[in-house]
Design a protein around this ligand. Sequence first.
Ligand code: TRP
Length: 345
Amino acid sequence: MSKETRTATSRTTVLTGVTTTGTPHLGNYAGAIRPAIAASRSDDARSFYFLADYHALVKNQSPESVHRSSLEVAATWLALGLDTDRAIFYRQSDIPEIPELTWILSAVTAKGLMNRAHAYKAAVAANEDSGQKDPDKGITMALFGYPVLMAADILLFSAHKVPVGKDQKQHVEMARDIAQRFNHNFAELFVVPEPVIDDGTAVLAGLDGRKMSKSYNNTIPLFEPEKKLRKLIMKIKTNSLEPGEPKETEGSALFEIYRAFATPAEVEAMRGKFAAGIGWGDCKQELFEYLNEHLQAARVEYSRLIDDPGYVEDVLRKGATRAREISVPFIERIRHAVGIRPLVR
Ligand code: TRP
């Protein structure tokens, strides 16, 4: 099909959300942000990206950190070149149709389905392991119903494809279930979405060698000022081999991070240096210089955006206006289908 004849409805719709907890780090960038931004520049898909700030509430963050993280996540995506003319970029809480749909979907969601959610089961298991009498101790309805909110995010915009990390695959499958149940009970309104798990994207190791993750507190924030970035890289765990001794690239956090950013030729060159026994100090210095150079321009833009929240707010509101051009008429049809309608026409 040529570009001209491709209409909005025949294009694939891709949608993904980012929970606004914490500061985006190198692992988020290589694993999720970079591929999403690349995809947003393609003409083949219509893409929706949003800040999942209602999801952030589930994790019991402080109000200040939810608020701050929304600015940081938005500024990160913009600084890295998200094309907001093509992609629709918005904040979940600016779309009142999302919580509205969440309730309607709750009415077709089996409680038993939610009982099987990994995140909920892990919380119950943690209670049981710690000898708690009440297996639901500390578990909120928001944690329990989280997949329904996520289903509303996805179904409201008729997404075909939902790129997510492995840990979120089950949630997209639940959204499929919920969509099918609704379509069967009421009307064929929802697209049944598919999770897209890209096994090719990098999973980065963090400071301690485990997967880089907020929950392990081992991250390297993307836009750390130069000095701090250097300090953090110097902290990355290595083994005790001396300079001159050949080193394995396999299992080296330094190598993995370098590989996620460098070109194939540069990666091969680094492999050679490992074999030739590069010292860990020199290796860290090289990684620092490489990343610093790579992130410099985006970091300048990021600071500019962080200092101009009014601009970021404006971008998000414009995105919400575009998103609501879709969600407002669609929720009307959904309400109608379940019998929530005016008494007279
Ligand atoms: N729950 C997802 C996460 O923690 C974020 C998210 C919220 C999401 N709503 C979504 C992802 C809808 C994809 C589609 O990573």
